[in-house]
Design a protein around this ligand. Structure first.
Ligand SMILES: Nc1ncnc2c1ncn2[C@@H]1O[C@H](COP(=O)(O)OP(=O)(O)O)[C@@H](O)[C@H]1O
Ligand SMILES: [Mg+2]
Length: 362
């Protein structure tokens, strides 16, 4: 990263006490978010995403490490330095819209400017609120009670309220999760546009990999309190460093195998040539992985290790694609083919395996 990061997380650790003993929610993570960058924390439920975000917000006191926002140290566990949330230069949006039901749209968005730390003159409040409402396309609904709004509109109010103070940093925790699928996809695109237009640095939490890939300038994949990979969506999807990321992001076929010689792996697919992990010796167990769209099926039988034979066991029609589950010597492979392909359940087919696009994990 060329410019100085706006959010800088160093050795962040958070342990919660519990009946079963201490729970390590976040385990020594490091992450930088550059100015105007949109970074997504992605991972399964319970992996520590919310805790990380809440530490950045100042809603949680870390048990280890430090956090800087815009060059200012806001938290150091070591020196017990702690800047409270209202003094951090941040805006926040949560899954629950958290709008005030007794206030209208305008009043909800104005709240941080009228009741917050920074109290602005009325005219300036009006300018800021209308600017925010325009950005989320609610400027025509300013006098509407929020209770008359749809879920998507209420979330826009929450977003407008989060950016009305013009924070350096916008923190969002699964903000689209309560919306139905269609609206969620629409709002995804819009959210990114709003963050870009507002010129804010964003840290966004989701467990939804499609959301992460489409929103993030970079995606930070977490599991069990630790970062597994940080990279562009293309890097995370195309070059997962381990089994966890390969499995969590996108669909993947996994096949167990054994190194049977230099650059050779024996598996139910036959003996194939692959680059094997550098530290694995003959006999080491490895996992072969390949995405369903890289497989092809053919009716030309006559098998070899590049294209073993199998039987179609399940066919799932998706419109633009068809997923075929093919049993090859007891291993199920999924092939994703164009929607107009027409193999049938029970049919013997050759699975055409490419020579590249494979991932090999120890
Ligand atoms: N206030 C708390 N007290 C005790 N345990 C907590 C608390 N908050 C979170 N945890 C635990 O920390 C872990 C991470 O939680 P969280 O950060 O909410 O995960 P995520 O947002 O990725 O689903 C979980 O095991 C969760 O049960
Ligand atoms: Mg969470």
């Amino acid at each position: 990263m060329s410019s100085k990061p706006i959010i800088s997380i160093r050795g962040l650790e958070k342990t919660f006490p519990s009946d079963r003993g201490p729970v390590r929610a976040v385990n020594k993570i490091n992450l930088d978010v550059a100015e105007n960058e949109f970074v997504v924390l992605l991972g399964p439920s319970g992996c520590g995403k919310t805790t990380t975000l809440r530490c950045v917000a100042g809603l949680e006191k870390p048990t280890g490490g430090s956090i800087d926002i815009a060059g200012e140290l806001v938290n150091s566990a070591e020196t017990r330095h702690f800047v409270p949330p209202e003094k951090r230069n941040i805006g926040m949006v949560f899954q629950s819209y958290a709008v005030w039901p007794h206030l209208n749209v305008y009043q909800n968005v104005a709240l941080p400017l009228t009741d917050g730390r920074e109290r602005l003159p009325k005219k300036q409040v009006r300018e800021r609120v209308m600017e925010s409402l325009e950005l989320v396309q609610l400027d025509e609904l300013e006098t509407r009670p929020v209770t008359d709004l749809s879920g998507g509109q209420q979330q826009r109010v929450a977003l407008a309220r989060a950016i009305v103070t013009k924070p350096m940093v916008l923190l969002m925790d699964e903000p689209l999760s309560n919306l139905d699928a269609r609206l969620r996809e629409e709002m995804r695109l819009e959210l990114k546009k709003i963050a870009t237009t507002a010129g804010v640095t964003s840290l966004y939490v989701t467990h939804d990999q499609a959301e992460a890939l489409s929103l993030g300038d970079r995606v930070c994949v977490m599991n069990e309190g630790e970062i597994q990979q940080v990279g562009s969506p293309e890097e995370v999807y195309g070059n997962p460093p381990n089994h966890f990321v390969a499995d969590f992001v996108g669909d993947m076929n996994f096949i167990k195998g054994k190194v049977s010689g230099p650059g050779q792996i024996d598996s139910p697919l036959g003996i194939r040539s692959h680059d094997v992990p550098s530290n694995s010796q003959v006999g080491s167990e490895v996992t072969l992985a390949i995405r369903p769209q890289f497989l092809d099926l053919s009716l030309d039988l006559g098998q070899n290790s590049q294209s073993p034979e199998g039987t179609v066991v399940i066919k799932t029609y998706l419109g633009d694609a068809v997923l075929y589950e093919v049993d090859v010597s007891g291993v199920t492979l999924i092939a994703r083919l164009p929607g107009e392909s027409h193999f049938n359940v029970g049919q013997r087919v050759t699975v055409v395996l490419p020579s590249d696009h494979w991932h090999i994990f120890p």
